[in-house]
Structure formats: C-alpha cells, structure tokens
Design a protein around this ligand. Sequence first.
Ligand code: IVH
Length: 669
Amino acid sequence: MRRSSKPANSPAAEIAALRAELREHDRRYYLLDAPTVADAEYDRLMARLKALEEAHPELADPDSPSRRVSGGVSTDFKPVKHAAPMLSLDNAYEEAEVRAWDERVRKNLPPGQSPVYLVEPKIDGLSCALSYEDGALVRAATRGDGETGEEVTANARTIRAIPLRLPAGAPERLELRGEVYMTLADFETVNEGETRAGREPFVNPRNCAAGSLRQKDPAVTAQRRLRFLAHSYGVWQGGEPASHHEFLARCRDLGLPASRAERFTGIDAVIGYFSRFKDLEMPRLGFAVDGLVIKVDDFAQQRRLGFTARSPRWGLAFKYPAQQATSTVERVAFSVGRTGTVTPVAKVTPVFCAGVTISSVTLHNFEEIERLGLKAGDRVLIERAGEVIPKIVKVVEKGKKRTAVLPPKRCPDCGSPVVKEEGRVAYRCDNPSCPAQLRRTLEHFASRPAMDIAGLGDSAVDQLVARGLVKDAAGVYALTKEQLLGLELFADKKAENLLAQIEASKSRPLDRVLNALGIRQVGEKTAETLAERFDMDGLMDASPEDLQSVSDVGPIVAESIVSFFASQGGKDLVARLRRAGVTMPRPEKKAAAGAPFAGKTFVFTGELKSFTREEAEETVKSLGGKASGSVSSKTSYVVAGEAAGSKLRKAAGLGVTVLTEEQFKELLP
Ligand code: IVH
C-alpha cells in the first residue's frame, strides 16, 4: 500500500488520492485491525485534505472522509420506523437450555437436514441500523422499541468504522444491523477524561457508547472512538446472500466491518467452544462480550424456522453469567469533585467479586439511589463485568434498620450549601473556594498528562490545602522551601525536589497547560488539537466559529472554551500563571510525526521466531515508536510470541491490543 500521497498534478487528483488513502487507512484500522500509519500521519493527511477542499469548494463531496463531523448540532433524534422489526434473541445460561434449543431446531427442519451453526461473540453494545441507498449511507437509527428507533445519522457518520459510501457491487438497498460499541482501552481513556474534567465517569462501555451515540454534538461522538460490527440485516435488495457466512463475507468485501464467526456442525462442538472462548478468546478481543450468539447458517433453513413473537427460532444468545456478589451498604459517603459535584458512594462490607475486593461502589447520583430504592443498611447485589467499575444492580433485602439517603444540605468538606442546578441531575457544593474542589483541582493540575509535578501527590495536596498555603493552581508557583519544610511530609531533599519539579513544569507545552486548566469538555486530546492551531492569546480571543474550524471541536466544546476565557476566574488564572513564569510554548511538532509507529508503545512478550527481543525493539524504535518492558494502559500493542504469559493476561485485562508475531510483521513497511 502507498504510505503517503505523492503530490498529484491537479488539486482534483490530489483530493481524490487523499480521500482514497484516508478511506483505506480507516479500512485497515477498523476492518483489518492492522493500521499502517500512526495517528499523527493520519491527522496530517486529513489536514491536507481539508485545506485543499477549503481552497476548492467546487470539489466538495458530502461523503469525503473530512466531512464525518458535520460541525452542526445533530438531528433531534426524530423517530425512524425500521423496515423490518429489530427483534432480540432468546437468552440461555445453561447447557441444557442450549441442547433443548438445538433439538427444537432439528425437529423443525425437513427430514435429513442438519443445521450448520455459526457462532459469534455477543457484543455488549447497542444495536444500530444503517441504511444505504445505491451505496450511500443515508440514515442511521437506534433500535428503540424494535419497531421505531431514533435517527442518529450525524453521529453515526463520525464512526470511522462505518463507510459513508460502499464500493461498486453494493446492494441497491441495504439496511444493515450491527452493534455500536467501544473497546475497553478507549472506554478507559474517555473515563479518565471525564474524571479530569470533573464529570461523572461512565458506568460501563455500553452506557458510554449509548450516551455517545445519542449526543447533541457530533464532535463529542467523534472523540469517543466508537466502533461498529455488522451482525445481521433488515433489507438486502440486490444479490441477497444465501447464508450467514456468505453475508459476513460480503460485508467484508464491501468494506463493512463484520462480526467474526466460527462454524460448527454439532451442538457439542458449540458447547465446547463456549467454555474455551471465555478464557482464551474473549480477553483478546479487547471489548466487552457477554456471551456467544449461535445462528443457523443457511438462510433457507432460517426462513423455515421463522420467528416467535419476540425472537427468531434460528438464533440463541448463550450468555456468561456476570460476576456478582452480595453485601451490605454500611453507609453512603459523599465525595466532592473538581467542579463541586457531590457524588454519593456506597460504603459496603468488603466483598470479593471478579478478582478484587470491593468496599466502595459509586452510586453516580441521587436519581440512581431513587431508582434502586436504596437505603443505608440494605443488602445489595453488586456486579462487576470485566474491567468495568462495579455497580449496584438492585436491593436484595431491605435492612432491619434502614436510613434514607438524602442529598446533603451542606458540603461534607466545607459546610457550604449544596445546590441543585436547574435541569441537571447533579448536586453541587456552592463554594468556589471549597477545599475539596481545590484539592481535586490541584491533583488534576499536577497530574502526569497536565503539568506533571510528580511530588504533588494526594497527601502533599491535602496538607497544602489544609494549611491554606495554596489557594488556586497558580498558587503552586509561590511555594517556598520554608513553607514546605513546615509540613510533616517534607524534609530538606524532598522539598528541594518538589520545588525543582514545579520549576520544570513552567516550560510545559501549551497543550498540557490547557489540559491542566480544567476547562470543561477539554481533555488531553482536544487540548492537543487546540494547541496545534492556536497560541494562548489566539485561543483566548477565538470566537466559537474559529474554534469549530478545528477538527473534533463542536458547538458544545467551543462554547465551553469561550465561556472559560470570558470568565474573570479563567482570565485571572492564565494571567497569574504567566506572571509566575509559565511560558506555555506551542508544542514542538513531534520529530517522528510521519514515522509509522510515532506515538505507539510496544511490549514484546514470549518467544519470537523471526527476531530476537532486541531486534524487535530496535525495529520499533527505528520506526518512531517506543519499546517498553511492562504493560500499562498506555501500551498500544503487546506482541505475543510463543509461551507468552503474565504480560498477555495483563494486556487482556487492560484491553490492550494483542498482536501475533505475524500481525506485527504485517505492520512493518
Ligand atoms: S443477531 C434477531 N448477532 O444482541 C436479532 N445480535 O438480543 C438478531 N447482539 O439486539 C441479532 N451481538 O443488538 C446478533 N453477534 C450478534 C450480536 C447481536 C450483539 C445484540 C443485538 C440484539 C441483541 C439480541
């Protein structure tokens, strides 16, 4: 494949080449799971395409890869009637139920016919129907009640796994159905951003994907890196496939990512696969799966089996039980976030569930407490699926002595009144100088992706705030050695180290400073894009329109930035940081930006066949990437050779993409 566009001799030709190249990168990333360019290179090609399209409006194309984010506010989720009802599958949890289903299938097929079963992961996302007419994506809709869903076209267009146009040979009409979902790694990144921005983290990838698809601002959807896998269809007009495996293959030929499937001839083999899949295959997928879907492959047989009122007779969801435990809510505590949001947290009698001991479970907000009908003292069912944070599913037994959980009238930290904002679910501490808010603000300011002041951890922050030595983020720069020595934590050397780290943080690049400011809706990634376009003065003066010309910034994000810099607090903070000597330089263009592995970290584990470990690591470095010895959420890929062990398990747990040696070699130029 071409690695980058050569300048073409006409703008039309260059635009066409760039569009084709970007589509190919999307295909490689989402369909083949084998990207060949780094994000930075992709962004460079996209920027070039956007610049050319701006200079040549006559060459505009609504389906250009540059037009995924429309820039406007998305449709108002108007109702869409599905061409055929979107049914659900019957669930089975026990082997006996699966065997009984297999018998029913066999009984209903003509004598002498046996079913071939295709087995796919049951993706824990949300169903979405994509309508293509003459190859063009014209509509996307959620499942809704199965008959009528909501239109989410503008948002679905931002999902790069979804082609906006299908190649020649596509059916005249196609209503494709599949699952919109998120990888565990992307979910973790989104939640880190939510927490940093002082918002509630999402409960699990499914909720996050659902919330992201139903966003008013398509630019926010675009940032969530949603994915799509096709698993069925409502309409296929023109060359309809004859079996499910043919359908999946045709999807892939059309550039549509389709669910993976295994073929089996008897139910014993399916059941064997079910027990192997959970430990061996599921962790490698990197996204939440709650079971397997078993389907009769042949469509003629499917038609013969037909449907019950609710679900097809030709398919069954064989589900893994979620990991659950019961415990007692001893009390409900309230934690105060960076923006003052007061979150109820259930303190439960410690209980072991899915490999960890759980003693605290977030209740998210007071509506959730009401929904659960929960009071302190109740016995509750707790569920933890995969890497997802635990949640309370329901009250299983009311406590003998129960106490109602009411929103606190006063902030648990500073005693100021707690208020509920008009039209919002959250309660907030009304005091902008609340020490709890200040502590969270400082923790965020000093965190690694922001100003990276390692010595300013939670306990140092607690003491500085308790002694009143720091009153806002800029106050960090006025700290003296004498003040630090007055705190329990600091002896001579440690105080000097912290002061040196604070000094070094003054030259952090603009993107980190922007992240550190804690502007709502502006996380690490948006801060990076903004810093590429503006310097601090430019950003402070930018209009919503200027801001929206930056990719991934939509009206809501733009509004939040403008209102931050219009506020006296925002202006003062920037002025005080500047006076303290924070320079906010524009980030240097990454030296290896064009290199294929720029920004990617690889971990090699197990025995490789074609390289020594050192050779493999050198190869990665020569292509602009980093090689590391340990797996973390920052790892881009783990390359697993023979007999890979604990690192592979860690990668699976963190949702890091695992490559075989062969797949790694395919990434090499
Ligand atoms: S086939 C008649 N295949 O599970 C429905 N569904 O209860 C045929 N799902 O709403 C759907 N993974 O959103 C199918 N590999 C898969 C699936 C899958 C997840 C969802 C789907 C559906 C629900 C079924």
